[in-house]
Design a protein around this ligand. Structure first.
Ligand SMILES: Nc1ncnc2c1ncn2[C@@H]1O[C@H](COP(=O)(O)OP(=O)(O)OP(=O)(O)O)[C@@H](O)[C@H]1O
Length: 462
């Protein structure tokens, strides 16, 4: 494997493990060599090597195979330091051998992999068992389950779409695993649209288009991930269209995923769009609190097994589910980092530790609450008009809600006092400061104000 290929693998890993994990764990790896199926990396510490082996060993292997590297296992060395005379006796600290699974192929004749296996390996962790179902993904899950039964084709294609990291790839791999178990007679082929294009271009280059067509048209179930990738790539689209039609005509199941609905993929030919809409189109909605908590609870079991010595305080998972609402990949990354960090510093996992160690993730997924939202919610709560809250009237029935709103603006947004003043009808920053102080005082004495503020804060942060 070349350094360029390692660069490609790194790009893919960045997408899979998230920016934070990538920076902490993958970036420090230095690719050294690949020989006889063993890839060697230099790492700065044995802790890092151990950690990467346990947590990312499989995914690294998987991505290396995806770029065509013939790798069976990876190992890590801690090179001796520069001023150490025994620099050549680098210490081998770890080895890992993760199984590689790949879609069954009827064409496996022992010939070089590129010719016989146009599919991508499946991630063994992505099964139905490990997929947590909640309201936002129940329809997609049910449709995937139905297809995975391998019965007569009822909807063709099954088109799954949704935002980044919401489980499309996980569901597709789960379908492939289940089909392999239930219907070993079927030839199931899973690959990304990018790999489809790569295979197609390779076949053109090597003048093997007949083989290409034969392979793709002889599958029983074709799964193409991230189909938006072929948008704007005309000849790949053309070939995809023909493959698609040939398979549908033969009643073969097709499963497609994308980051948006077929009609919304720009630069995708209309005839393909309409073909994609012919079957069942289901979307994975953004996660809700319950689903995130469910996913965290299931993932934490794995972390606990890995770090049995670590204690975790109540409420940490709830806190994470509440605060990290972006995507599941980020959520998983946060949990992994939290356990690694706690183990490193030898401390119990508490809310404070989570806040410390995940500050960047928490900040990035903070929902931005605006001054307008606060003003609107507060005026609704006190049943006054928005114009009266912002306007000049100083009667208590307007002034108090106005101060509450200013207080919440100070607490929940990063706006400065002068900025807040401007947005409250051009008031001076000292007026805002006075209002904020007044509410701070009142909260201590007046249970009603305290309750109002809590209610409003929860409504705004929901
Ligand atoms: N409902 C779920 N239950 C358990 N794990 C989940 C669930 N949804 C997503 N995940 C996990 O989140 C991570 C990201 O999921 P996946 O790769 O399937 O997302 P994707 O929708 O294909 O994203 P992308 O658009 O980036 O390709 C995976 O590790 C997956 O296992």
């Amino acid at each position: 494997m070349t350094q360029e290929q390692w660069g490609e693998v790194q790009q893919a890993l960045l997408k899979t493990v998230g920016k934070n994990n990538f920076k902490t764990w993958i970036e420090p790896l230095e690719f050294d060599s690949l020989s006889e199926g063993v890839a060697t990396f230099n790492v700065p510490t044995s802790f890092l090597g151990n950690y990467v082996k346990q947590n990312f060993g499989e995914v690294i292997l998987y991505q290396m195979t995806t770029v065509g590297a013939d790798v069976k296992r990876i190992q890590f060395h801690v090179p001796a330091t520069a001023n150490d005379n025994s620099a050549k006796t680098a210490k081998q600290i770890n080895q890992t051998a993760a199984p590689l699974t790949s879609p069954k192929s009827h064409h496996d004749t022992g010939a070089p992999r590129d010719d016989v296996l146009p599919g991508a390996p499946l991630d063994p962790r992505f099964t139905f068992d490990s997929f947590i179902v909640g309201k936002p993904n129940e329809l997609a899950h049910a449709a995937a389950k139905r297809v995975a039964e391998g019965g007569p084709v009822t909807f063709n294609p099954l088109f799954l779409y949704g935002g980044v990291g919401l489980g499309k790839t996980h569901l597709m791999h789960a379908i492939a695993h289940e089909l392999q178990a239930r219907r070993p007679d079927l030839n199931v082929l899973y690959l990304s649209a990018e790999q489809f294009m790569y295979r197609f271009v390779q076949a053109l280059r090597d003048r093997k288009m007949m083989d290409f067509k034969e392979i793709f048209r002889s599958v029983d179930v074709l799964m193409v991930d991230d189909v938006q990738f072929i948008a704007g790539k005309d000849s790949t689209q053309e070939e995809f269209f023909h493959t698609f039609n040939a398979l549908v005509d033969q009643q073969r199941q097709i499963i497609i995923s994308a980051d948006r609905a077929p009609g919304e993929i720009k630069d995708l030919e209309n005839r393909i769009k309409s073909r994609l809409q012919c079957g069942l189109v289901v979307d994975l909605h953004p996660t809700d609190y319950e689903l995130r908590l469910g996913i965290l609870q299931s993932k934490v079991a794995g972390q606990r097994a890995q770090y049995p010595e670590l204690a975790m305080a109540d409420g940490v998972l709830e806190f994470l589910a509440h605060r990290i609402s972006t995507n599941v990949r980020v959520l998983e990354g946060a949990l992994t980092r939290l356990f690694a960090f706690a183990s490193l510093v030898g401390r119990e996992i508490t809310l404070e530790l989570a806040q410390d160690c995940l500050a960047d993730i928490l900040r990035a997924s903070e929902r931005k609450i605006t001054i307008e939202e606060i003003q609107r919610k507060v005026s609704e709560h006190y049943n006054i008009r928005l114009s009266d809250m912002i306007g000049p009237k100083r009667v208590r029935s307007f002034a108090r809600p106005r101060q509450v709103a200013m207080f919440l603006c100070k607490q929940l947004t990063s706006r400065s006092l002068p900025e807040i003043g401007r947005r409250f009808g051009g008031r001076d920053h000292t007026t805002v400061m006075h209002g904020v102080r007044k509410i701070e005082e009142l909260r201590q004495q007046d249970a009603q104000i305290e309750e109002d503020i809590e209610l409003l804060r929860r409504a705004l942060e929901a």
